[in-house]
Ligand binder design. Structure first.
Ligand SMILES: Nc1nc2c(ncn2[C@@H]2O[C@H](COP(=O)(O)OP(=O)(O)OP(=O)(O)O)[C@@H](O)[C@H]2O)c(=O)[nH]1
Ligand SMILES: [Mg+2]
Length: 404
């Protein structure tokens, strides 16, 4: 074979190979493309069809570890607070107008039960109203027993007599427990002022109950009276919590009072904040130290343990501190507020209740249930978002408000 012929054969061979590749490569690629992609098996979710626990609860904090996380928390400086006008401080809010909706849903509905003159039927209707008024079963039974025992068949037609029976039972539940705060109008009259060192108040409760807001209102009032107050930012969980407290502190300062915030940078352990705050309060001759805490669910055992520790460390500085431990409850939580109160009390032995958001709620009946269940006084009621919207709880006024 001549050299030129062999060269031509080689060219031909290469051309055939190139042609073959041009045909087969796309075919092979398309086969790979068509191959079904891998899809993982569905995750097993055995509880997917179940109702979540604590459906109505606020979003819980996740883990204790996050409370004591080593990541440094730097302060988020809030916008400075505006000066408080006298109008705002001297709020006109009162429990009578705040409880209009509660009265309508409570005594308003009881009144409607009087279309009937048969005692048994009237009692049944009253029972239904009471059971849906956030009082709790134990309290409902007491009220029903009273109405049943006090009234004869003919009395049942008399709404005034039923009202008086209910009022008497309510007084029985509320008056004795609140005897020590009778005629008190100010926070300073509710707490025993310590002669030696600051009076320490610890404020606890679930998320969003109104702890920080109530502390702001309490502080403003104390400062306005001339007390020296240290407010401690013990909510180290939420980055913005200290800032929120600072705004309230500034507003309280604007009442011409001496208020300071203790908000240490980069401290993530709430027990450390509490310990240092009480120390500072003692060394600085403060009249009051008020400790804000992070909201938590009463069902979160580890977070309740943490709160116990916060309380315990304060005794290392002042043996009987905190002198008051108040649980803040949102009146709108109704029956759930009763559970919160019971569980927080088990863990911390609370000394009183601050019942917030009483303005406009139809669930104001919860006050009666909480006192009956807890056997602790309601110290204060929140009647709005302004600095002066916090009043000492007065049982008689409360009873009159819900019985119309
Ligand atoms: N209408 C009304 N709103 C209130 C009252 N008290 C508090 N609030 C509002 O409730 C919301 C929550 O209040 P906070 O003081 O932040 O509650 P908190 O318990 O400190 O919340 P966390 O720190 O998140 O646990 C705010 O919008 C307050 O303005 C009250 O008595 N009446
Ligand atoms: Mg708060």
């Amino acid at each position: 074979m001549s050299e030129s012929h062999s060269y031509q054969m080689n060219i031909l061979l290469i051309a055939v190979v190139v042609l073959a590749l041009a045909i087969f490569v796309p075919v092979v690629l398309s086969v790979f493309k068509k191959k079904k992609p891998y899809t993982p098996p569905p995750l097993e979710t055995p509880f997917a069809d179940k109702e979540p626990l604590h459906k109505s609860e606020p979003t819980p904090h996740t883990e204790l570890a996050e409370f004591t996380a080593s990541t440094a928390v730097t302060h988020e400086e809030p916008t400075p607070a505006k000066a408080i006008s006298v109008d705002e401080f001297e709020s006109k809010a009162n429990i009578h107008s705040a409880l209009t909706k509660t009265k309508d849903s409570f005594f308003g509905r009881i009144k409607n039960a009087f279309s009937n003159t048969d005692k048994k039927k009237v009692l049944e209707e009253i029972e239904e109203v009471l059971y849906t008024s956030d009082l709790g079963p134990k309290t409902v039974q007491k009220l029903l027993d009273k109405v049943d025992a006090e009234l004869s068949n003919s009395d049942m037609a008399d709404i005034t007599k039923v009202k008086n029976a209910l009022s008497e039972q309510m007084q029985e539940i509320l008056l004795d427990i609140h005897a020590s705060q009778k005629d008190s109008k100010l926070v300073s009259e509710l707490v025993k002022k310590q002669n030696d060192g600051p009076t320490v108040l610890m404020i606890v409760g679930v998320n969003g109950a109104g702890k920080t807001t109530s502390i702001g209102k309490i502080t403003a009032q104390l400062a306005h009276q001339g007390f020296k107050v240290l407010v401690a930012a013990g909510d180290t969980f939420r980055a913005a919590a200290g800032g929120q407290l600072k705004v309230w502190t500034e507003r309280a300062q604007n009442t011409n009072g001496h208020v300071e915030i203790f908000w240490p940078e980069n401290v993530t352990d709430p027990a450390a904040v509490a310990f240092d705050a009480v120390n500072k309060g003692k060394a600085g001759a403060y009249d009051f130290v008020i400790l804000d805490t992070a909201g938590r669910l009463h069902t979160q055992g580890h977070l309740m343990e943490e709160l116990k520790k916060v309380k315990r460390v304060m005794t290392k500085v002042i043996a009987d501190a905190p002198h008051e431990t108040w649980i803040v409850l949102d009146a709108n939580s109704g029956q759930n507020a009763l559970n919160q109160a019971v569980e927080f009390n088990k863990a911390l032995e609370v000394t009183g209740v601050v019942l917030t958001k009483m303005d406009g709620t139809a669930k104001g009946g919860v006050a009666l249930g909480v006192v009956d269940q807890l056997a602790k006084p309601i110290r204060l009621v929140g009647l709005g978002e302004k600095i002066g919207d916090l009043k000492v709880f007065e049982p008689k006024e409360y009873i009159d408000s819900i019985l119309g």
